[in-house]
Design a protein. Structure first.
Length: 84
């Protein structure tokens, strides 16, 4: 599914390096949170707000010019579009 996410980003005109970076950030988030990809997919609507400006994990979300947060936002959009 993460390769499909990367393809989705490329289809949205993201640069290849950005698409790969966002894919990697989702992979690292799964490790950090100790959750499976399936868990993230099922709970994206509750996990994403934790990384937003008022969320308890905002400090992590804003790292590297908010790349973690942006990766989560794009992943949420990918799931909403049902392209997986």
């Amino acid at each position: 599914m993460l390769n499909d996410f990367k393809s989705y980003l490329l289809g949205q005109k993201y640069k290849p390096l950005t698409a790969e970076d966002y894919k990697g950030r989702i992979e690292r988030l799964l490790i950090k949170e100790k959750i499976t990809l399936e868990t993230l997919v099922k709970n994206i609507t509750s996990i994403l707000p934790e990384y937003e400006k008022t969320g308890k994990k905002h400090a992590h979300g804003k790292r590297s010019h908010s790349s973690v947060l942006n990766a989560l936002r794009r992943f949420s959009e990918f799931l909403a579009e049902g392209t997986n």
